[in-house]
Design a binder for this molecule. Sequence first.
Ligand code: MRU
Length: 347
Amino acid sequence: MAAFDTLRWRNGIFEMLDQRALPHRCVYVAFDSAQAVADAIRSMIVRGAPAIGCAAAYGIALEARRLQNRSREDFVSGMERAFEALAASRPTAVNLFWALERMRARMNARKEAASDEIAGALLDEARAIDAEDVRLNRLMGSHGSALLKDGARVLTHCNAGALATAGHGTALGVIRSAVEAGKRINVIVDETRPFLQGARLTAWELQQDDIPVTLIADNAAGFLMGRGEIDAVIVGADRVAANGDVANKIGTYSIAVLARRHAIPFYVACPLSTIDRTVASGADIPIEERPPEEVTGFGTTRWAPPEVGVRNPVFDVTPAELVTALITEKGVTREPDQRKIEQLFAK
Ligand code: MRU
């Protein structure tokens, strides 16, 4: 288990680790409303598809608790606004919408109950989503770790670790499980421009667990592959379409193309809650574009000329044909396609 909590419910208070401050400061922020959680998702205090889903679930539970003593009318309309605010926080990670749907179903199942009872049920549901995420990550880890050989040098992109989930991680969960099984894994992580999730978060997270990690510039991946210094690639996902196309952090597609060119296996680890069978292919996945300031500099430092035109799409789509295998809680699916994905849900 990772040595920190990404989100935690303790003594009646919900807190999240402020990922904007990492790796320099480890600061927890407390939340008491859905709007505050929605703002935290948008501003990247919390990020990573499963963690965003868990945070949204707690956001709904907090809002119900905040409104439970108001009139019934205020409670119902306030909860509706809470769902809307959270759904508008970020568009790509489908776990957000999956978690909100699950919370809505739990709320609707108690429609006739008193508001405080509904609030209690919603908190139970949020805590169940949180606990389930860790359990599924561990299952993915045990399925996926068999794919990594002792001594493997594994490239990962962005952060698909404990910081991106309720614990253990998806892509990093597979690596953690392999390490727990006694394998020596060397992780190579790229910086992940522009928000530097690789340099700031994955490097820090792996150091906390004493897992060997080497940081490279994004542009160095092809060079290292060409030199035979990378044995496998493993990444997470924000949304997988019905046909197996994978939306993940911008730059994933380039790595997948490079991996194919160099005959290196390219693995994607994600829970079934990341698979969206309502979108036929990656072309239908909404891709978030974030503010230009993330590209023209970082923090208070600016390196691009003022007024330069900027594009900042923060996810891209890797076609299913470039994915060697999908690792989910149901097992390892080689060469994923629509039929195999349907079978996964039927399992
Ligand atoms: O913009 P982010 O940091 O939320 O993007 C995160 C990613 O792209 C992760 O790879 C993905 O959410 C999987 S996390 C287990």
